[in-house]
Design a protein around this ligand. Structure first.
Ligand code: CMX
Length: 463
């Protein structure tokens, strides 16, 4: 099949793609699909750049330059797009549409993460056969080298799980196809192929690295061996010691919804930025994970659970009410802290990633005490934040809900939560990175200004 595709590519004159299509492992049909789509997309982007290169997408004000570049349209990102009111679309599909359309595990009710990997990489809803091929391919890549396991096992148990995940990702880098091929002088037309190989190897291996970190820190190092015949959600859960099918379904949902949130967020943009220097996917992802580990970004899921546990402790057995929760929210704000899990730099409505987790809870754990607390906070926090009058978006984001679901099934160690976010974010950010290389995007280099230079600009304009 791969050879046939190679011949077709040669006939069409895609010499770079020919070599791309014939090298390495079969990817369960995935590489073939990409190889057929990339030339069309390359031609489309070439035409847009030639014909409309001077069209202005947006401007950048002084306020935006000092203000975290909010809303400045200055990059492309192919795998997802975020609308402030509607929320995320993965390759054009909303979360409810993904839940409806993407293939599920037998007996499960949430989309398979493998189906999202296919969707993000190709833009197509996969068939069952596509998924079977991809799972087989990922299984063939899943072995984590002993040297990597040794490095993870040697880390102090007190080191934060996110630091361990970044180290584990870097330890895997020794196997980078891109790094090895670049050293040999691979042509540019092959970059996407090498990035795809690395991406699939990372996606296949990272769950075991993450599960080992979990078991080392919280379970005396006893890890259930990987069973690559299971889907990614079930296998990752089992390796961590969770055999409840409902938890496996939650894990599938978790891995799908955290995967991608367009290109401007800290983790996705870091992966894109670092990758633009042709740093291989391991190096790029490790950098992105370090951004995800910040409390205003992915670490917020840890902070939410800590905060909610603190609320419970302060209530000291008293029934949570709108009144006592309102007071505790003000205490949090008045102590100079943010309310974790609320607000967003782009969204201006409740995050659909929050909503789908709430629906999961309503279906599976409606009587959970912590879920009831989170639900009551949903009624209280937006009013408090609105009254405070600073936030642009008082509504909950993805992190306001995830921990409460996990703790229901026994995963109570909140310092681990961001690791799971990282496993998922790897899927989206790396899928986009493959396309960045396929489209030949150059190294990123936006212009910065000093305050002195801004003064000079203003003086020149007023002269
Ligand atoms: N609690 C208290 N204050 C908040 C707030 C919150 N949840 N969200 C925003 N604010 C404050 C900001 O700190 C800012 O205050 P200053 O003017 O004093 O600096 C002001 O409101 C305006 O901020 P904004 O424009 O509404 O929000 P930003 O785009 O600057 O920041 C975010 C977005 C997510 C960092 C912010 O809402 C926040 O800190 N939320 C809590 C942390 C969190 O949940 N992060 C996870 C986001 C999702 C993710 O990436 O995983």
């Amino acid at each position: 099949m791969i050879r046939t595709l190679g011949r077709v590519a040669l006939r069409r004159g895609h010499r770079g793609l020919l070599t791309g299509a014939v090298r390495g492992l079969s990817t369960g049909g995935l590489k073939e699909v990409l190889a057929s789509k990339i030339p069309k997309m390359q031609a489309d982007v070439k035409q847009i750049r030639e014909k409309h290169g001077q069209k202005v997408l947006g401007s950048c004000t002084v306020a935006q330059a000092y203000g975290g570049m909010r809303s400045v349209k200055c990059m492309t990102y192919e795998t997802s797009l975020l609308d402030p009111m509607e929320g995320i679309r993965f390759r054009g599909y909303t979360i409810p549409e993904c839940q409806e359309t993407l293939p599920r595990a037998k007996g499960g009710s949430e989309p398979l993460p493998e189906s999202l990997i296919w969707l993000l990489l190709t833009g197509d809803i996969p068939t069952e056969a596509n998924i079977a091929g991809l799972r087989k391919d990922l299984a063939s890549r899943a072995k984590v080298p002993d040297s990597v396991t040794k490095i993870i096992n040697g880390l102090p148990k007190t080191m934060h799980p996110m630091s361990q995940l970044a180290i584990g990702t870097l330890a895997l880098q020794e196997d980078s196809v891109m790094a090895a091929e670049y050293a040999k002088g691979t042509p540019k037309t092959m970059y996407w192929d090498h990035y795809l190989e690395d991406t699939l190897n990372i996606i296949a291996r990272l769950p075991e690295v993450a599960a080992r970190i979990y078991c080392n820190i919280y379970r005396d190092g006893k890890m259930t061996p990987s069973d690559p015949s299971l889907d990614m959600g079930a296998n990752y859960s089992m390796m961590m010691g969770y055999d409840n099918p409902a938890f496996h379904d939650l894990m599938r949902l978790y891995l799908v919804i955290h995967s991608d949130h367009e290109g401007g967020n800290v983790s996705a943009h870091t992966v894109k930025l670092v990758g633009s220097a042709l740093s291989d996917p391991y190096l790029s992802l490790a950098a992105g994970l370090n951004g995800l580990a910040g409390p205003l970004h992915g670490l917020a899921n840890q902070e939410v659970l800590k905060w909610i546990k603190g609320i419970k402790a302060q209530l000291d057995g008293a029934e949570p009410t709108k009144d006592n929760l309102t007071k505790l929210c003000w205490d949090q704000l008045n102590s100079g802290k943010v309310i974790p899990g609320y607000g967003h730099a782009v969204l201006r409505k409740t995050d659909p990633r929050y909503t789908c987790q709430r629906e999961f809870a309503l279906k599976n754990l409606p009587d959970d005490e912590m879920f009831k607390l989170v639900s009551l906070l949903f009624e209280v926090v937006p009013a408090v934040l609105n009254e405070q009058g600073k936030v642009k978006n008082p509504w909950p984001n993805v992190d306001a809900h995830s921990g409460v679901l996990l703790q229901h099934y026994g995963l109570v160690e909140e310092s681990y939560y961001t690791v799971m976010f990282g496993i998922s974010r790897a899927i989206g950010a790396l899928a986009n990175l493959v396309w960045d290389r396929a489209l030949g995007l150059p190294i990123e280099r936006p212009k910065s200004m000093t305050t002195e230079a801004i003064h000079q600009l203003l003086e020149a304009e007023s002269a």
